[in-house]
Design a protein around this ligand. Sequence first.
Ligand code: M6R
Length: 612
Amino acid sequence: MCGIVAYVGDKQAYPILIKGLHRLEYRGYDSSGVAILNGKLNLYKRKGKVNQLEDFVENKDINGTIGIAHTRWATHGQPNDENAHPHFSQNQDLAIIHNGIIENYVSLKEELISRGHKFLSETDTEVLIHLIEDIQDNEKLDLAESVRVALNQVVGAYAIAVISKDESNKLIVAKNGSPMVIGIGDNDFYVASDATPIVEYTRKVIYMEDGEMAILEKGKDIILKSVKNIIHTPYFQELTMSLDALEKGGYEHFMLKEIFEQPISIRETMRGRLRLGQGIVNLGGITEYKNKLMNAKRILMIACGTSWHAGLVGEYLFEELTRIPVEVEYASEFRYRNPIITEDDVVIAISQSGETADTLAAIKMAKEKGATILGICNVVGSSIPRETHAGSYTHAGPEIGVASTKAFTSQVTLLTMMALMIAHEKGSITNSRHQQLLNALDAIPNQIEEVLKTNDFVKEVALLYKDSKNALYLGRGYNFPVALEGALKLKEISYIHAEGYPAAEMKHGPIALIDEQMPVIVIAPKKGHYDKLVSNIQEVKARKGKVIAIVTKGDTEVRNMADHVIEIPEVEELLVPLVATIPLQLFSYYIAVMRDCNVDQPRNLAKSVTVE
Ligand code: M6R
């Protein structure tokens, strides 16, 4: 978590840094700060959001063409002014920003205290900058070398940027386990946790590798090396991201924009890959591993949160279409339970950000044990795609709202394409069924446009339930993961307690919760256990629960029983999650807005969970 941004060059640093912090605020928003060199080292930081920092620095000296800035998601120490980044060194000659965790900071701190260092914060980061200065003073090294020597004493994850009063044109950055991108301008350098703060200034970037550091000096070429002091040749890449994708584009919140973008994002996921004319799916990124996947004894889907829900849909898809056994694992559980992994296993790691610490650690472990690892990620150049053997990007475009929406439907779309590709190759479905499903998948973006027309109605229903204390989401088969996802969306942005359940499990406990206060959202499309769901709805109504049903267009049976029905078009059973999810996203969104919650930045959350 945490977002870092830094600049060195000819331009004024502050506007670049503050705009960058706004772009990275999705990564954490407990506190923020900035340090700018201008003869003096001016450092300002504040508890709260980036806006509060902006108010605080008004009328302060923010001149300077080199600076570092940070937006924090607290790990060590409470979110307060002292613990906010940047942090000064003991003499206040150096300043640092850091994303990650220094695991051995306690022993380093004790050692430094014994040598007279005094600390102002509870953070691990402050220990690191004191250590760098201590090395610089004692060993008479320049800034870059002091950083390098210090990093060799550090255990943990970091992306850091350091500046010094004495080397006022130099920015030193390093990465290990936390993301870091360097943008190469004409006569300047931009650094950030992801490419979003960089893209409007330059499209030429370097994604740093673990164990690398860079010396960025105004007017000079980048020096890239390992912390073991081996010079590396930079690998430049071109950013393709559009700037519009980073703005709200007239919507009140990123989340609403991203919900409405789904017809486009799903088309982007399929573009060039779903080839109706040829009757094939072509996923170039995994071609080399197609046979491995086809012959896998078992597929393991590993993910967290919403991506885990996409994995559950993937389990139903792969088992039905390819007949390969699938297990879906929470990355955090998987990595710590000594699982049985063989060389015949294929692991599919699913992650929007490509940075989730548990998912990353789980795939490293599975890789060491010989499994083949494929990735499904959204953020290009992030850590997970670089750790996998191969993979496919979802191409959903930047997702800024902390609650994942379009990333989920793109993940499910990609999993559907993958399963269809393998099923076709294996012959586990007939050619005609394959073509039928390709056609059906191709039609989904238009059908989502239809579903989005329920927006006003969903908003009216949301108004009736905005004060609920609890909510229950029920679904069967492919729609059980949709129920889980609906419940997660509601709880994470509106702070209403919600649970997703397989509908049949209701009788085994949750039914006890049902009374006239309890909204029960049932995903009850015509295809897939419809009669059983009708019975479940009757059971809820018999206990006076309020039923909001997601039904197939034209349904009359459920309409006669439910309190509200939201219609979705008739689609293949295995594609229902793609359309049924949409009204649930809208429902959570409107409830959160009506409860005055911060929809895009819900409390205590961050978009990329880069700590375990
Ligand atoms: O970036 P990832 O897909 O790996 O993130 C996984 C979860 O942290 C994420 O889906 C989280 O649950 C979202 N807040 C859900 O909306």
